[in-house]
Design a protein. Structure first.
Length: 300
């Protein structure tokens, strides 16, 4: 197989930490398998390692099975080319003992092998998703009850912002935040950076910049559609050029496109709402115009 220069580096680099980041279907698993094979088949006895020393941790069982199957198939091909290679024959046997599994399975085996050191009973098991959700819901309910007592003013504010009949929306926000933070490697650093950004003036924050950027993309698309609708409408109904509503729309469009990002975010949001409303009317006009043309063409 022909590898790219980046893939070749990921396969051959040794004695350092290595992170491979690539899109789905780009060959990450193939690169990983090739790297493992080359480690197993290293010509230098002092640097190669036996297969049962491997630790390969994946997110899903399917991925773990795929890695083990590919390693087995590759070793079989190598043995066909080198049938007298005793080392490869040993690795084919030892591969069955290699730690190639999901994160949950690896942690389960690690705890099971160290029960006496951690004072854990032998009856432990992996928590199911249903049990985990139930425990999380009870914990969230307890936290919210405590907050209603110890942070009543803040909870009243959150209730006014998000709730109508119960505090389930707040509970959902709490759970979403919990799940998100569980996936953040350095959560304290992330929290400190987030709080710092929130204390900045709105127009200078990263959230405002992202908000403006997304609105800009949406508005650009809306304006393109409006322009098409206006041109079609002008051809059929020339009097529309005198319509102040369309003049107003064009003015707002120029304001949005020519004042990014200095324009105030609240002004931008209001202008965006205006353009969105006009977009609906323009779409109706555009569809009506097309229907008009279609009907007239069919009569002719």
């Amino acid at each position: 197989m022909v590898w790219t220069s980046e893939q070749e580096k990921a396969i051959t680099m040794r004695n350092c930490g290595l992170i491979v980041s690539a899109a789905a279907g780009s060959g990450k698993t193939s690169v990983l398998v090739e790297r493992l094979i080359q480690i197993l088949m290293d010509d230098a006895p002092e640097t190669r390692i036996p297969a049962n020393w491997l630790v390969v941790v994946t997110f899903t069982s399917d991925a773990a099975s795929e890695v083990k199957i590919r390693l087995t198939q590759t070793l079989e091909k190598q043995l066909q080319q080198q049938p007298e290679n005793n080392w490869l024959q040993q690795q084919q046997i030892l591969l069955q003992s290699a730690h190639i599994s999901t994160i949950s399975s690896f942690c389960f085996d690690f705890i099971r092998d160290n029960l006496t050191d951690q004072e854990i009973t032998s009856g432990f098991r992996i928590l199911s998703e249903a049990e985990s959700s139930l425990i999380e819901a009870k914990a969230a309910d307890q936290v919210l009850n405590d907050w209603h007592i110890t942070h009543s003013a803040e909870m009243e504010y959150l209730w006014r912002c998000f709730c109508e009949t119960n505090d389930q929306p707040i509970e959902k926000i709490l759970m979403d935040l919990h799940h998100f933070l569980s996936s953040v490697p350095f959560r304290k650093l992330w929290k400190d950076m987030t709080l710092k950004n929130l204390k900045m003036p709105l127009n200078q924050s990263i959230y405002c910049k992202q908000f403006i950027h997304q609105l800009h993309m949406i508005v650009s698309d809306i304006i393109t559609q409006n322009s098409s609708a206006l041109e079609l409408s002008y051809d059929l109904y020339p009097t529309l050029k005198e319509n102040t509503l369309y003049t107003y729309l064009e003015a707002i469009s120029r304001l949005l496109l020519e004042n990014i990002p200095p324009i105030d975010v609240f002004q931008y949001a209001r202008a965006y709402s205006c353009v969105t409303c006009f977009s609906v009317s323009s779409s109706i006009c555009k569809n009506a115009s097309r229907e008009y043309i279609r009907n007239n063409c069919s009569r002719q």
